[in-house]
Ligand binder design. Structure first.
Ligand code: DLZ
Length: 158
């Protein structure tokens, strides 16, 4: 999808365009699903609040955050999908597993976005503890799923 020029009249508030005809893919990692389900609920609610239609939102689950990249690619390669949101939660453990997964998924998601020229959003929490994740998935620090969704909507306005 190449960026198209948009005139000021196509924007509503805060530089946000009408996304009622846009199609969104959401990839959800099943690891730490207590957290990722809340991220998904937040993302879905935010997309609907901004005018996206439920019929235009597609969800795919993947086993863990490491698989988000391939899941994102499977959605991004579909011509009809306008933006992809990746939701995961990698909690720091005692080994370097955390670093490998976080590095791979950050680079992987970036590459998918560049390859398909579409917004592919990094909605992956990388906390030290489960509590920090819960605080950021509908708890006292908000919901990063909402932020991922609004980022997708904003990127479609470019
Ligand atoms: C193996 C693993 C571990 C230890 N921790 C997490 C995690 O905190 N969050 C997450 O999303 N996934 C984790 N995984 C699974 C990996 O993402 C991946 O699914 C496996 O390494 C298989 O490729």
């Amino acid at each position: 999808m190449a960026t198209s020029l948009k005139s000021l009249s196509q924007y509503t508030e805060k530089n946000i365009i009408d996304v009622s005809e846009k199609k969104f893919g959401i990839v959800v990692s099943e690891w730490n699903d207590q957290v990722t389900e809340s991220l998904f609920s937040g993302a879905l609610e935010t997309l609907l609040k901004h005018g996206a239609k439920k019929d235009n939102i597609y969800r795919k689950n993947v086993p863990g955050s490491f698989e988000l990249t391939l899941g994102a690619q499977w959605l991004a390669e579909l011509e009809e999908i306008d933006a992809v949101i990746c939701l995961g939660c990698v909690i720091q453990g005692e080994t370097r597993h955390f670093d490998f997964i976080c590095d791979a998924v950050a680079h992987g998601i970036t590459n998918v976005g560049l390859k398909y020229n579409k917004p592919v959003i990094f909605g992956v929490l990388t906390p030290d503890t489960l509590q920090q994740a819960l605080d950021r998935s509908g708890g006292k620090h908000g919901n990063k799923g909402d932020e991922a969704a609004i980022t997708a909507v904003k990127m479609l306005g470019f």
